[in-house]
Design a protein around this ligand. Sequence first.
Ligand SMILES: *[C@@H]1O[C@H](CO)[C@@H](O)[C@H](O)[C@H]1NC(C)=O
Ligand SMILES: *[C@@H]1O[C@H](CO)[C@@H](O)[C@H](O)[C@H]1NC(C)=O
Length: 332
Amino acid sequence: MADRCTQGECSKNEVKTPNSYRRNTHILFYGNCVMPALAGDLTVFLVTAMIFEIDPRIIGPDELRADPKLAEAADLTYETSQSGVRAMLPCALSYVPVSQVIPSATIAGLARRVSTPKSSLRDRVLAKQFAPGVLRGQVEYLFDVGNWSQYFKSEPGKVYGTMLMMLQLPFSQGSVHIPPKSAAGPPTMLTKPVIDPQYYGGEGGGVDFDIMTAGQKFAAKICSTAPLSNIIKSRVFPPQQGATADEEDFTDFVRNFTASDWHPVGSCGMGGSAGIAAGVVDDRLRVYGVGGLRVVDASIMPLQICAHVQATIYAIGEKGSAMILEDRRVGG
Ligand SMILES: *[C@@H]1O[C@H](CO)[C@@H](O)[C@H](O)[C@H]1NC(C)=O
Ligand SMILES: *[C@@H]1O[C@H](CO)[C@@H](O)[C@H](O)[C@H]1NC(C)=O
C-alpha cells in the first residue's frame, strides 16, 4: 500500500532501494506508484499431513464432492437449520509447546545449535522459545475429516481423515523477489514473484527438521489415543512401520512431504533498533529510504507469532491507517 502516491519518487518504473539494505531489496512501481512486491526475507508455517482411513459412516467434504445427491441434502440441511456437514469446521486442534513433544535434553541441544556467537540475531531471538519454562504453542495439531494431502491419492469408496502438523515459530527463512529483467522486458505488475521458502535451510532449518520429525511421533500418538482412535481404521500415509509411534522413523516422511501452510510474513519486516540493517520498514511502517511509502500488511511482521496471523493483520491495518491519518494531520 502506498500513501501519497503522487510524489516524484514514484514515477520511476523500478527503484533500487539504498545499498544499506541487508538483502537485495527492490521496489517495483507500475504506472504512477503501485507496488506489487517489495522483496526480502520470507517465513511461512511448515506443514505435514498424515492420512488415516476412518469410519466409513462419517461424511465429510470429500464425500459431498463425490456425490451430488449427498451434496444437495447437505445444502438443504444447512439452509434450513445452519447445521450438518456444511457447517463443519476443522475444530479439533491444539497448540502444543515443544516441551510436551520433545524431551528436555533434546531441546537443550537444539537451543545450543541456534544460540552460538555466530548465530544470527534472528536465530538467537527465536532460540528463546526453548528456554526452560517457556510455554508457547510452537506445534499446531489439527485433525479434520477428508484427505488434505497434496501427496496422497484417495481411493474411491474410502473415507479419510487428516492429521496436520504445523510449525509455528520456524527458523527456516526463504525469500521473495521480483524477477530480473528478462528477454520479454522489465518486470511489470503482472510478473509473478520468485518465491523460495527454503524449508529446513541452514542450521536453524535443521532444528526445524528435528522438531517436525519428533513432532510427527506425537501426531501418531494423538491418533492412536481414544476417543479419536475409535473412528480411525488405519494410517495409510505414511503407512505405519512400527507397533508404536516411538519405534517409527519419520525423517524420510518429513523430508519428502513438507509443504507450506502459508501465513507468509517477514518480507518487509520492521527493522527495530537495528533499523535499515535489519528490516524494510520503521515503527510507523514507513519504508526506509523512500519518501511517501508505507507497507501495511503481514509482511511487516519480522517473525511468526505462534498463531494464525489474521487477527494480528487486522490490528496492523487499524494501526497503519491511524498512523497515516495522524501524519497527514501533523505534516500535511
Ligand atoms: C487429496 O486431497 C488433496 C487436497 O485437497 C488433493 O490435492 C488431492 O488431489 C486429494 N487426492 C485425491 C486423489 O483425492
Ligand atoms: C523419500 O524420498 C527418497 C528419495 O527420493 C526415497 O528413497 C524414499 O523412499 C522416500 N521416502 C518416503 C517415506 O516416501
